[in-house]
Ligand binder design. Structure first.
Ligand SMILES: Nc1ncnc2c1ncn2[C@@H]1O[C@H](COP(=O)(O)OP(=O)(O)OP(=O)(O)O)[C@@H](O)[C@H]1O
Ligand SMILES: [Mg+2]
Length: 178
């Protein structure tokens, strides 16, 4: 079973390829309703209505290096396995929103995994993009916004090792408070 954070990494790579300059990642753990919801939205190139209809099919890809695209179909399979589902909304020229939900307590639900390392990997892979990561657990929430951090950094790049270490600590504290 692949950790959900690794699926998130795959989906964010789609948004990066779609030339988004802002990507939002929302994880909502709603224990009361036994739901784990993940929403990833971007302001990239979007997909046409016709392409969108077939996008969950592994043979639907604009990849040129191989004929199958696995990111979305594997994430959907993981959701269905735990009694959930996956939806995608997209508008050409405007962007894409992918929503996926899981039964929180299903034994067939993969663990969320390490979101801190995932966010660091995402930032390093395309630091110019604005990432907003919001994690809600019941009534509490933690929000991490790379633009807020970049503003306080001035000319110091967000990819500076000391800054990344600081971000890890900040996220550790924020997520632990949920
Ligand atoms: N956020 C997005 N914006 C625009 N197009 C997208 C987005 N996400 C997916 N797509 C389109 O859907 C196709 C299928 O995506 P999917 O992640 O399933 O496979 P892939 O990215 O082609 O290959 P893989 O994920 O295995 O590297 C992509 O090739 C791309 O054309
Ligand atoms: Mg992909």
């Amino acid at each position: 079973m692949k950790e959900l954070s690794l699926h998130i990494l795959d989906i964010v790579q789609n948004s990066v390829k779609a030339k988004a300059d802002k990507i939002d990642i929302i994880i909502n753990e709603n224990i009361k309703d036994n739901l784990l919801e993940i929403t990833i939205s971007d302001n990239g190139c979007g997909m046409s209505e016709d392409f969108l209809k077939t996008v969950k099919d592994p043979f639907s890809t604009t990849r040129t290096t191989r004929k199958v695209g696995m990111g979305i179909s594997l994430f959907e399979a993981a959701a269905i396995q735990s009694g959930g589902h996956l939806d995608i909304k997209s508008k050409l020229g405007q962007g894409t929103t992918l929503y996926v939900c899981f039964m929180h307590n299903s034994i067939d639900r993969a663990p969320i995994g390490n979101m801190i390392d995932t966010m660091i990997t995402i930032i390093l892979s395309a630091p110019e993009i604005q990432y907003v990561y919001k994690h809600c657990k019941n009534e509490k929430e933690f929000v991490f916004d790379t633009d807020v951090i970049k503003q306080s950094l001035g000319d110091i790049p967000i990819t500076t090792p000391e800054i990344l270490e600081w971000i890890k600590g900040y996220m550790q504290e924020g997520l632990a408070s949920l």
